[in-house]
Design a protein around this ligand. Structure first.
Ligand code: SAM
Length: 199
């Protein structure tokens, strides 16, 4: 399918910059699910980097995050956004300095990285009311499709992570089939985080 709109990623303006300025801290659903407490943050791999928003939030809270994106065009847009943000201010430069971006398939790269925590946020099932889907997610889907191999990715993450795997999924969507029950869940406004602890 031809891509009709350019994917634009921006860490400084828009929703991501706004969220940074709100300084909501580690009490937010994602950092809680990741296990960002008062101590030293774990080594996190974001196995589905996408537009980098989750990784940026975690890095803004002091964590070192390795981001993996397999779609070349998305990877290029992300690298470009990181470079622009880096030049914006010392604060942004410090945050971006905690983000390492890799291009490739996480199913191949995860094992060699030996992460403590893996975040998996695959493309979610398409929503019926397409007008409600944010434009940027529609554009991203045009680039990457549906991620049909997401179960395989989660299984790989469960084998590679040393502490936990966090699966981000829409609150009201049907759960991904064939997975073991999560250890616990963190429920956000529209999203839930299934946390699989590694024993
Ligand atoms: C829903 S988006 C992630 C959004 C991201 N959490 C954010 O905050 O912007 C999913 C992304 O993961 C990527 N992806 C899916 N499976 C992958 C895999 N096995 N390896 C690397 N990237 C993958 C897709 O190409 C897509 O860009």
């Amino acid at each position: 399918m031809p891509v009709e709109e350019r994917l634009i990623i921006d860490f400084v303006g828009g929703a991501v910059g706004y969220r940074l300025r709100q300084r909501e801290g580690r009490g937010q659903a994602l950092p809680k699910a990741i296990g960002l407490g008062k101590g030293a943050p774990p080594f996190i791999v974001d196995a589905t980097a996408g537009m980098g928003r989750d990784a940026f939030l975690l890095a803004s809270l002091g964590a070192h995050v390795t981001l993996i994106e397999r779609n070349t065009a998305v990877h290029v847009a992300l690298a470009d956004a990181m470079e622009r943000a880096r030049k914006t201010s010392p604060e942004f430069s410090e945050i971006i300095g905690r983000m390492t971006l890799l291009c490739g398939d996480s199913r191949e790269l995860l094992v060699g990285l030996a992460p403590e925590v893996v975040l998996v946020d695959p493309m979610h099932p398409p929503r019926g009311k397409s007008a409600l889907v944010k434009k940027e997610m529609r554009v991203l889907r045009e680039y990457v499709g549906d991620d049909p191999d997401q179960r395989e990715l989660i299984e790989t993450a469960l084998n590679a992570a040393r502490q936990r795997v966090v699966l981000k999924w829409p609150l009201r969507a049907k759960p991904l089939g064939g997975l073991r029950k999560p250890s616990h869940q963190i429920i956000g406004k529209t999203t839930r985080y299934d946390v699989f602890m590694i024993s």
